[in-house]
Design a protein around this ligand. Structure first.
Ligand SMILES: [Fe+2]
Length: 253
């Protein structure tokens, strides 16, 4: 009887899990992280950056495109600040003989200051003019559709960061479908699948996978807590389902 209970207990905790952690070399490239020290809410020191990069290398990643925040108010980063920070990280990696291909771009917040940035033409992109954007967590920006239109005319390929985290759209799934219809690529955070943010966010990420709407899987790495959560997320069945879908474009970047 005792063993029956033990097995039941074990099964309860293994629902949605796979026994072997996924080797992230199948993704190859991560295209969303905050690994430049001291310029946003991500890594706070060069030591932390190296620790996080080493951790991601151990999981199998081959290339990291790091994307510090660029916002109108809180993180007023510029391409110059980001690219010189990238050089600092790369120098330290070389010094410590850590092999990891690294690039930098940015995660642009759609806010009132965003328009003047793209109109200046000085946006950081990666891949084939891929641009990572995020929305406010509170409400949809009134000019969103105009901005997307302007960017697409200029040939930018827009990637929406963590669509599963915009709760004001959870009960209006049509909003997401509209984004997909406009050709916006969806990048979910792998940690969302492990319930790192909330049960609701996890469910949304899973729904996007079920609906075949996910184009990219990102770490959104900020600190050691994200690293631990990413370790755990590698055992999620839904991550395997996403990879097996063959839809992910990470390796192309
Ligand atoms: Fe991010």
């Amino acid at each position: 009887m005792k063993y029956v209970f033990m097995r039941l207990f074990k099964n309860l905790f293994s629902i949605g899990k796979i026994s072997e952690p996924i080797n992230m070399s199948v993704l190859g490239t991560d295209m969303h992280s905050h690994l430049i020290p001291g310029i946003d809410d991500g890594s706070d020191s060069l030591e932390t950056s190296i620790e996080l990069i080493k951790g991601m290398k151990e999981m199998g990643y081959k290339k990291l495109i790091t994307t510090p925040h660029i916002q109108g108010e809180f993180y007023q980063n510029t391409p110059e600040i980001i690219l010189s920070g990238l050089e600092r990280v790369k120098r330290e990696l070389k010094k410590q003989n850590i092999v990891m291909e690294m690039e930098a771009a940015a995660e642009y917040l759609i806010d009132d200051k965003f328009e003047e940035k793209y109109k200046s033409g000085n946006l950081l992109t990666f891949g084939k003019k891929h641009l990572l954007i995020e929305f406010s967590y509170f409400n949809e920006h009134p000019n969103l559709k105009q901005y997307l239109f302007d960017l697409q005319i200029e040939g930018y390929k827009i990637i929406l960061a963590h669509p599963e985290r915009y709760s004001y759209w959870f009960r209006n799934f049509r909003k997401y479908e509209e984004m997909k219809d406009r050709g916006v690529l969806f990048q979910i955070n792998i940690n969302s699948l492990a319930g790192y943010y909330s049960g609701e966010v996890k469910k949304m990420a899973e729904k996007f996978i079920d609906e075949g709407m996910v184009d990219l899987a990102g770490s959104d790495m900020h600190n050691v807590f994200y690293l631990e959560a990413l370790q755990k997320a590698r055992n999620e069945k839904y991550l395997k389902k996403l990879i097996d879908s063959g839809k992910l474009k990470n390796a192309m970047l």
